[in-house]
Ligand binder design. Structure first.
Ligand code: SF4
Ligand code: SF4
Length: 121
């Protein structure tokens, strides 16, 4: 959870003791499997990494675009969004210093993700 709105939404969801049906659970697991097999990265947008980046990169936003690009099999959305950013805030501005990776609770290899994003673009 990243803000009060998400916290309140989760509290509303869990105040009812309503379990998922088998069909709902199966559908959710199917979506998760599809996302993982598509090469996406499990960033939760906690933003712990952001203050560690000497380049001032918005790492969760870049990873979100990386995931969109991977999940959709490419396409125009990520390139279009990146083209609206200053060049020094795009994935290729990453210095590969790995400072961000020391605080990522998901243990994401951010430097490798951004290098792969650059290569795919
Ligand atoms: S590895 Fe890249 S994204 Fe991570 S802190 Fe260094 S410059 Fe920023
Ligand atoms: S610390 Fe990890 S999980 Fe959190 S925003 Fe950064 S990359 Fe995503």
């Amino acid at each position: 959870m990243s803000n009060d709105g998400q916290l309140e939404d989760n509290l509303r969801t869990f105040e009812k003791d309503a379990r998922l049906s088998e069909a709902e659970l199966s559908e959710l697991l199917g979506i998760a499997e599809k996302m993982l097999s598509g090469g996406t990265v499990p960033c939760t947008a906690c933003r712990y990494c952001v203050s560690r980046c000497p380049q001032g990169l918005n790492i969760p936003e870049l990873i979100s675009l990386y995931n969109e690009h991977a999940y959709s099999g490419g396409g125009f959305i990520a390139p279009m969004a990146l083209s609206a950013m200053p060049e020094d805030k795009r994935p290729q501005a990453c210095l590969q210093c790995r400072s961000c990776e020391q605080v990522c609770p998901q243990q994401i290899r951010i430097s490798e993700v951004l290098a792969d994003f650059t290569a795919k673009l």
